[in-house]
Write a protein that binds this ligand. Structure first.
Ligand code: ZN
Length: 463
């Protein structure tokens, strides 16, 4: 009887064979020449390729020889609607005309000139760039026309949390980007409810940042976060301008102020968190605030205390901050930037070991990112029972040779363009670097026409 049973192979939806599977689980499991069995949207088994062939028959099988399987990245702070600023600000800087603060001078004016269709196209461009470099989940900071972000994420097949920008003070902000406090609250609530049931794409609340939000809105969004059980994405401790503003206005640093008014709790996701004092880091830990480190641009703003935050057990992911300021949505680069940045910030206190290794930072991006996304039970590792968000990284590029240890190859010598195949929620969305879920050509053709109009609007706004 048992012999008969062993010959009956279970039929499943997807089988990935022959990959070196790097799980990033508690045991740091690595399965050389391994296999991952997926049924529906869930990982149901991880083991050797040899054994898998005796256990499963699958609708789709991927031969992942010479590849590494890893969890998908979670970009914990991205601005979907700023994708078409890609390369623009560096060119303004090159002319010696860049002014501060960037969010006020450029980013909000740019968003103010967008139409809903622009945000949809921007979403397709951003999410395809993410998928092609191994990101399977994103946390949107908050921008215009969030339903269009959601529509693009739905169509392309990525996992994400969209959000609407909220600005309810005048302060030199274009009228298209402003709303009344009541309107911001109503529209935020409606957005969260509209996307509540979607299997991959939900909406979070958002507070843009201290300077452009009233206290009334902070209280309102906090109350909504409790009532709807939904996190709040915000920028916090980002630049010296914010610290100055907070100290002048409330005689406290930003985080201390939020604590003093009862607006700092486990629903807050604080992007950047660059200029935290020791007391503010303690408040993050005490209140279970999550954070995002955007290494490619945070070091222009201060000395981020990433290692100290990691030691305090703060739920911290890594993020790109979108394509406007540093152009790349490649999370491998963010990991490498964080390692070098922390080495510069912390010095070299040991003879042989760096303060943090690429492997540790990569793990932080997966595990810390999943915690920051409030999705640690579902993603962030390759484990049985978790959602099948799986990235296959090729190891056959010239600069990866010889790829002897899959963990080192992944952490030290792989970049986004080595990503070969991507599975989100059990569905193959990219294979052999070809996006399978949709044809992006119509979007690109439309953008080629529309881009000039978008940039003319932008140039007028910043003149
Ligand atoms: Zn941001």
């Amino acid at each position: 009887m048992s012999q008969v049973a062993s010959q009956v192979r279970q039929s499943i939806s997807l089988l990935i064979l022959n990959a070196d599977v790097v799980c990033f689980d508690d045991a740091d499991r690595v399965e050389r020449r391994g296999a991952i069995a997926v049924d529906g949207n869930t990982i149901i088994w991880i083991g050797s390729a040899e054994e898998a062939a005796t256990l499963y028959t699958a609708e789709q099988t991927i031969d992942a020889s010479s590849m590494i399987a890893m969890p998908g990245f979670i970009d914990c702070h991205v601005h979907t609607a700023q994708q078409f600023l890609h390369g623009k600000l560096p060119s303004v800087r090159r002319k010696g005309e860049l002014r501060a603060p960037m969010w006020q001078r450029y980013l909000i004016p740019f968003e103010s000139g967008l139409e809903p269709e622009d945000v949809y196209a921007s979403g397709l461009a951003a999410y395809s760039a993410m998928i092609s470099s191994g990101t399977t989940c994103f946390l949107e900071a908050g921008g215009p026309f969030p339903d269009e972000m959601g529509r693009a994420a739905n169509d392309i097949g990525i996992r994400g949390r969209i959000a609407m920008a909220t600005v309810d003070v005048e302060d030199d902000i274009p009228p298209q980007s402003r709303m009344t406090t009541a309107e911001a609250l109503r529209r935020s609530e409606e957005l969260v409810l509209r996307w509540k049931e979607h299997p991959r794409v939900n909406a979070w609340l958002s507070l843009r940042q201290l300077m452009v939000n009233t206290e009334e809105l902070r209280f309102g969004i906090r109350d909504l976060s409790h009532a709807l059980d939904t996190p709040i994405h915000t920028h916090l401790a980002e630049g010296t301008y914010e610290v100055d503003f907070s100290i002048r206005k409330w005689n406290m640093r930003s985080t201390e102020y939020l604590e003093s008014i009862g607006c700092l709790d486990h629903y807050v996701h604080a992007a950047h968190s660059v200029l935290l004092s020791l007391n503010e880091m303690d408040l993050y830990a005490k209140r279970n605030v999550s954070a995002c480190h955007c290494s490619l641009n945070n070091y222009t703003m201060g000395r981020p205390r990433v290692l100290e935050m990691m030691r305090r057990g703060i739920a911290m992911g890594l993020g790109t901050d979108g394509a406007a300021t540093r152009t790349s949505l490649d999370m491998f680069q963010v990991v490498h930037g964080a390692v070098l940045g922390q080495q510069a910030v912390n010095g070299t206190p040991y003879h042989v070991d760096p303060p943090v290794t690429c492997e540790q930072m990569l793990k932080q991006a997966f595990r810390g990112g999943a915690r920051a996304a409030r999705l640690e039970r579902e993603i962030g590792t390759l484990e049985v029972g978790k959602k099948a968000d799986i990235v296959l990284v090729s190891t056959s590029d010239y600069d990866q040779f010889p790829a002897l240890d899959p963990v080192i190859t992944l952490a030290e010598s792989s970049v986004g363009r080595d990503v070969h195949t991507v599975v989100v929620d059990g569905r193959i969305v990219m294979q052999n670097r070809k996006l399978l879920t949709m044809d992006l050509e119509p979007m690109r053709e439309r953008v080629a026409v529309q881009y000039k109009t978008i940039m003319e609007r932008f140039d007028r706004a910043i003149a």
